[in-house]
Ligand binder design. Structure first.
Ligand code: ADP
Length: 488
């Protein structure tokens, strides 16, 4: 663990109305999950600072230069931010790995480039958001304006802290909104750095704000606040439900990207080596702390033995290690709480009688510190077991079997979730029949876990509603005004 060093504990400030604030002095600790050391303390925002952020965001929207700025100019500013993030990519990737525990390999190869692309993509949209003219009856000109929703509260989780913030901020700004970002209490560091970069490239004060604090206090205060017009949330399904209930009080618009229990389905006619790679990275990428993790592996009965052998062999190579070692592909889970939750699910699978083919316990790396859990594969999982139904959000794979396409679709759909699904087959008909039959917001055919800023992303069923990314996200950050002009 030579590369992970104790960092000086930094005292962070929040970014509100273009200023850096300490808040009331109440703070919370931020950890390095690979060493269990405190690396920073951040302000725990109360209702007062949340109110200050809302006032600043509202003023920036209605009185500041932002509302008067041309759409093209807005796009240029977002593009400048993309460039600035790109210039600082290495630093940001290290910060993300330090705070989240994800291998530097992942944050530098995926999180950062995808964050930059997201801002670039929406920078291009800023001056292409258009209304319509509508041929109504009578002597009227009827047209629509696509206007910003207003002040957007973006509440994001700890698994892709900067990238998921970009999913919300970039389209919200492109549509002319102002934004208050509330990062997860586990991982506020890259969000705060983003505030500095936005300031450096010249966003007018109050257009982009970052407040830090705990979910049930700071997050809930943002959701309750009558001055916030919309909450864009990514996180767990139970928190999504709570947010939706709380948003009813002020009839806020909400979009929710929630949990998943995504099936990855392997047919006997698939390219098995490719499917093994896809199944392993599908669950173990990002330590399994990924909302689209292919956490249910459905294998066709007749190849089951052969497939599992290859899968276990590959999974065994994923030994947990120092996130800053360039060879590491499995880092520590984000927190002690998360590690304990995941170990609890492993115990539940064991108690239900599912055999473990590899992994199954906490891993010791270096000096024995850190929230590492082994890459774990369960076999012979029954659909009704907890490990087949609930989102584990860790490196734990539940394997089920099937014999026909119909059974595969039925099992794929047999959870409350519907975020994503994968299918591996050389049969084009089977692949498309599955894509049609599965209730999921994203389907991957002979691939898994691909994203693009241009491709919409979101859930069916209890995985949420509204779409991030692509043209679809513009819907979530604009509202339509219809104008009637009497020409009679
Ligand atoms: P997890 O269970 O994976 O930690 P959560 O859904 O609880 O995920 O957290 C995602 C984000 O939601 C975090 O930024 C967290 O602070 C925030 N959050 C948690 N509870 C609430 C709440 N009641 N109201 C608003 N935000 C919340």
């Amino acid at each position: 663990m030579s590369v992970i060093r104790q960092q000086a504990v930094e005292r962070k400030k929040m970014f509100v109305g273009g200023k850096w604030l300490e808040g009331t002095g109440k703070t919370f600790e931020v950890f390095n999950p690979a060493t269990e050391e405190v690396i920073a303390v951040a302000p725990d925002a109360t209702e007062i600072e949340v109110g200050a952020a809302v006032t600043a965001a509202r003023a920036a929207l209605e009185e500041g230069p932002w509302g008067r700025m041309s759409a093209r100019e807005r796009g240029r500013l977002i593009y400048k931010l993309a460039q600035r993030i790109s210039e600082k990519a290495e630093e940001l990737a290290r910060l993300e790995s330090l705070n989240n525990g994800k291998p530097l390999f992942e944050s530098s190869r995926v999180d950062l480039p995808s964050t930059v692309e997201c801002f670039e993509y929406y920078a291009g949209w800023a001056d292409k958001i258009e209304g319509e003219t509508i041929p109504v009856s009578g002597p009227y000109l009827n047209y629509t304006l696509r206007e910003p929703v207003g002040v957007v509260g973006a509440i994001v989780p700890w698994n892709f802290p900067l990238l998921l913030a970009a999913y919300k901020i970039a389209p919200a700004l492109a549509c002319g909104n102002t934004v208050i970002l509330k990062p997860a209490e586990e991982t506020p560091l890259t969000a705060l750095r983003l505030g500095e970069l936005a300031q450096e490239v010249g966003f007018p004060e109050g257009v982009f704000n970052v407040i830090t604090g705990l979910g049930p206090s700071t997050g809930a205060a943002l959701v309750r606040h009558p001055g916030v017009d919309k909450i864009a949330f990514t996180g767990s399904t139970s928190t999504g439900q709570e947010i939706m209930r709380a948003a009813a009080g002020t009839l806020k618009k909400v979009s929710l990207e929630l949990g998943g229990k995504s099936p990855n389905v392997v047919f006997a006619d698939a390219d098995l080596d490719a499917a093994v790679k896809g199944a392993v990275s599908g669950i173990f990428y990002g330590k399994g702390e990924v909302c689209t993790a292919g956490s249910r592996l459905l294998v066709e009965e007749k190849i089951h033995g052969q497939f599992m052998e290859k899968l276990v062999e590959r999974s065994k190579k994923l030994t947990p290690g120092d996130p800053f070692d360039s060879k590491t592909r499995l880092g520590p889970l984000v927190s002690k709480v998360q590690m304990e939750r995941v170990l609890g699910y492993i115990d539940s699978g064991k108690a239900d009688g599912a055999p473990i083919l590899t992994g199954g316990k906490r891993a010791s790396v270096g000096n024995g510190k850190g929230y590492f859990v082994e890459a774990t594969v369960f076999d012979k999982v029954d659909q009704n077991m907890k490990i087949a139904q609930e989102e584990i959000f860790g490196p734990v794979l539940a394997t089920l079997r099937f014999e026909s396409l119909e059974e595969a679709i039925q099992k794929a759909n047999a959870t409350v979730y519907g975020l994503a699904a994968g299918i591996w087959t050389k049969d084009v008909k089977k692949a498309h029949a599955f894509a049609k039959g599965v209730k999921a917001g994203t389907v991957w055919i002979n691939t898994y876990g691909d994203y693009d800023a241009a491709a919409p992303f979101g859930g069916y069923k209890m995985s949420g509603f509204g779409r991030d990314l692509g043209k679809a996200a513009l819907e979530a950050y604009t509202q339509t005004k219809t104008v009637w002009v009497n020409l009679g």
